[in-house]
Each structure stands twice: as C-alpha cells, then as structure tokens.
Design a protein around this ligand. Structure first.
Ligand SMILES: Cc1cc2nc3c(=O)[nH]c(=O)nc-3n(C[C@H](O)[C@H](O)[C@H](O)COP(=O)(O)O)c2cc1C
Length: 443
C-alpha cells in the first residue's frame, strides 16, 4: 500500500468508545483513533466491529498477536473498515519462531498496513535487517503501560537509528506511549520519527467516559505512581503502584518465587498469565491498592494536558498538535544552539553536556573516549574501586584521552573505604575536573 508522509499522531481508545464523536474528532484534528481490541480473538473482533461500526469508520485497531496469527483474520477484517493493524509483538505473546511472526506480518501487509509494536532487541534487530519485509516499527519503551521493553524509549530509538544507519534500510519508526508533551513529541518528530501514539494523555478530556472519583484519582497521579515488575524474569511490566499497592506486591512476590527456581519460558508464561488474568484497564478501575492496573507514566500528564490545552478533546488535541507543529518548525533553527557555548568553550568541549557518573558503569577509558568523541565531557566514576582496580582500569586513561578533558567523580564520604586512595589517584593524575558525589575533601 502507498505510504503517507505526514507524521502519524494517534490516541488510543477503548472498544466501548467507538462512536461518531470520537471518529469525527480524529478526522477534524488530523489525528488517528486507535481502538484497542487486543483482548478479542479474530472472530470476536470481526463480529464486534460489524456491530459497533457498521459503516466502517474505524480504520485503526490494535489486535493481539494471536489474532494476527489466526489465518482467517485477513479475510474477516476485509468486511470491516479496519485497514491499519497495530499489534504488540512480544515473544511471550507469540511464542515460537519469530520468523513465522514476521512472515505473517509480511503476508497481511499485502492488504493492511501493519504496525508491529516492539521493545525486544532481538526482534527489533530481525525487523530492521535488510530483507525482513517490515516497513515500519512502533517502539514501546519501558515508560509505556503493561508489558514493555526493559529499555527506555530513547534507548530503543537511538539503537534502532544506529541499526538503520548500519544497514542502510529505510523504515518508518514510530513511538508508542511514554511521550506526554508537545515538546517531547516534537523532539522525536524532528529527529525523524514517523509518528507518536498517545496511550493516556487525553484521558481527562471530555470524550473519555469515566466517573468523578476515577477522574479525581487520575488527576492525582504523579510520575512515580507506576512501577516496573517482571524485570528479573525479563518480562517487564509497568503497573499502577504508588508504593503501597497490595496487588503490585503480590505480583512482585510471585515473580520472586518464580526466580527462586531456574527461569524458563514456562516461568515467564506463568508470570504473564497471572498478570493478564488479574489486569484491569485503568479506566475500568478505581486505582485501589488491590487492583492490578497496567499504566504508563504518560497518565500522570493527563491533568496537565487538560489544563494546558483545554477540557474538550477535539480542541485540546488540535491545540496540542498545533504546538507540536510550531515546535517542529523551530527545530531547524535550534539545531546548532548548543554549539559555540561559552561554558563549553571554557571547559574545552564541543557541547555543554556533562555525562553523569555511574559507579561500576562509567569506569573505563574507552567509554570516556566515546563520550568525548560525541562532544561531551566524560566522567569516570571511581565509585568503590580499590587502589588496584583504579590502577588496572585507568592505566590507559591519559593515553586514550590524549589530552582531551575528562572528569573524575569521587564519593568523598566515610562510607567509601577507598576514599584515601581515590584522593591520592586524583592528586597524582590531576584530571581537569573532579566532581564530588558526596561529603567534602577535608582530611
Ligand atoms: C547505576 C548508577 C550509578 C551511579 N553512580 C553515581 C556515582 O558514583 N556518583 C554520582 O555522583 N552519581 C552517580 N549516579 C547518579 C547519576 O550520575 C545521575 O546524576 C543520575 O542518574 C540522574 O541522572 P539521570 O536522570 O540522567 O539518570 C549513578 C546513577 C546510576 C543510575
């Protein structure tokens, strides 16, 4: 099918929200309404759509991986208006050989635009590979709701860009969830993203139906009202948790019990099944401690979205998109705004960016060199390295840095048993910058 080049801006809706006002709002604003039908099998979503949307206005639906794999789905959906299929591709949803899944996507792409939603690196790599037949991917980072990637959206995005650069393949890259402001959306769009899907930022506008207590709970959500579980099993899942969710605690305890034995595909599936069996859509919940609620960090921005852009969905989406376009229009002029900064010049670096110290991570000269090559100031974290480790790991630092500036970060607290040897190392090597992570330099 031919591609349109205008960025895709989409908002996710529940099946019960299929209605003329939502479709008209999408049409008037130039956004898309994606109806999430991923709890339905192929037959069920066909009969549901025939009833809920007899005129075929609904063009974008999210379906499950198992519905996608159903050989009848292509034929069944032809009788509906759905032409854009968004599907979550996580290995625990579609066990077995990913090549069968890729083949299915290719086959369905003859009649539909398929939007595979991905967060797992091996699957991403397979899709980005030359000859994969995949023309677009939708990145779902760990900020989004429910089962997510172990990586943040920005890490996924830059990794895919690097993969694409290396393979010279062209592919549309979209973002699913975790983007909450026109500023963030514009940053992705002006660096080449082909679209953004918003899971929940519109929830406090008037086309989203909920009761008053839900509205109040939603308006009170904060950035730290969600948390990840399942990381140790490698099936990360973001759920509502203000720190006191009993349901979250129970799922974490289940994960710990599974991790006590050898981690297998079966234990991962047991975890996924347990979460799915008890999960409630946030807007069907009341954000209580006993409910399992898949929720992305974006939901915490629903209140500021309605406040900034208005309570009417259509007007708010219009204003949001206008601001996004306005910011994208200014992007080119801002492109070089960090160059030629007096502070960077004084520090001897290209950009006024300092890489944060991370103990046990940013402690090799090679890493520091890459940061310097990219124009930032590298920071070596001395962390809790003993004197021998410092000498061993940092022996080639002066040679590798070749006179380029770098910083060293020292934990100058009594809790650091190697403080004295760190201070001695600093006196001996005299790095251009030293950051003190805590404490002071008094003897
Ligand atoms: C794994 C890890 C180790 C860190 N170690 C140090 C450290 O040794 N010294 C320090 O000053 N900050 C340390 N930090 C803090 C980071 O430098 C940074 O300030 C913090 O992660 C906030 O930045 P961010 O929001 O970009 O992650 C560490 C952070 C992480 C995630």
């Amino acid at each position: 099918m031919t591609e349109e080049r205008v960025p895709i801006i989409a908002f996710v809706w529940r099946p019960g929200e299929i209605s003329p006002p939502v479709s008209e709002m999408a049409q008037h604003t130039g956004s898309r309404a994606i109806f999430d039908l991923s709890t339905m099998g192929a037959e069920a979503l066909h009969s549901f759509l025939q009833k809920a949307d007899p005129v075929g206005h609904v063009s974008d639906i999210k379906i499950s991986a198992s519905a996608l794999m159903n050989p009848s789905v292509g034929r069944l959906l032809k009788e509906t208006g759905a032409r854009n299929l968004w599907v979550e591709c996580q290995s625990h949803f579609s066990p077995g050989d990913p090549s069968a899944f890729l083949k299915r996507l290719r086959t369905l792409s003859e009649d539909y635009r398929c939007f595979p939603i991905v967060g797992e690196m091996p699957l991403l790599a397979a899709m980005v590979k030359e000859g994969s037949g995949i023309g677009r991917i939708v990145l779902k980072g760990c900020e989004a709701a429910g089962f997510v990637s172990g990586e943040t959206t920005l890490v996924l995005y830059s990794t895919v860009k690097e993969m694409l650069h290396a393979s010279a393949k062209s592919l549309d890259v979209l973002i699913w969830g975790g983007v909450s402001t026109p500023e963030a959306a514009a940053a992705f769009l002006s660096t080449g993203a082909a679209g953004i899907v918003f899971e929940s930022v519109h929830w406090l506008t008037d086309l989203v139906v909920m009761d008053d207590p839900q509205r109040q709970q939603l308006a009170r959500l904060r950035m730290d009202s969600t948390a990840l579980v399942g990381l140790d099993l490698q099936v990360p899942c973001r759920l509502f948790n203000k720190g006191n969710s009993l349901a979250f605690k129970k799922i974490r305890a289940f994960e710990e019990a599974l991790c006590a034995a050898e981690i297998t595909d079966e234990s991962r599936h047991a975890f996924v099944d347990q979460v799915q069996a008890s999960a409630l859509h946030p807007l069907d919940s009341h954000f209580t401690q006993s409910e399992v609620i898949p929720l992305g960090s974006e939901a915490a921005f629903a209140a500021s979205f309605a406040e900034r852009f208005g309570p009417g969905t259509g007007k708010a989406v219009n204003a949001f998109m206008a601001e996004m376009r306005n910011l994208c229009g200014k992007a080119e002029a801002k492109r070089y705004c960090f160059l030629d900064s007096p502070v960077a010049r004084e520090m001897g670096i290209k950009y006024p960016f300092i890489q944060g110290a991370m103990s046990s991570i940013t402690e090799t000269p090679e890493f520091a060199s890459e940061i310097a090559d990219a124009g930032g100031l590298p920071t070596i974290a001395l962390g809790l390295m003993d004197a021998q480790a410092c000498d061993r790991r940092l022996v080639r630092l002066p040679e590798i840095m070749g006179g380029r500036p770098y910083a060293v970060n020292v934990v100058s607290l009594a809790e650091n048993p190697f403080r004295e040897s760190h201070l001695a190392w600093i006196k001996q090597h005299r790095p251009r910058f030293v950051w003190i992570a805590g404490g002071d330099l008094s003897p």
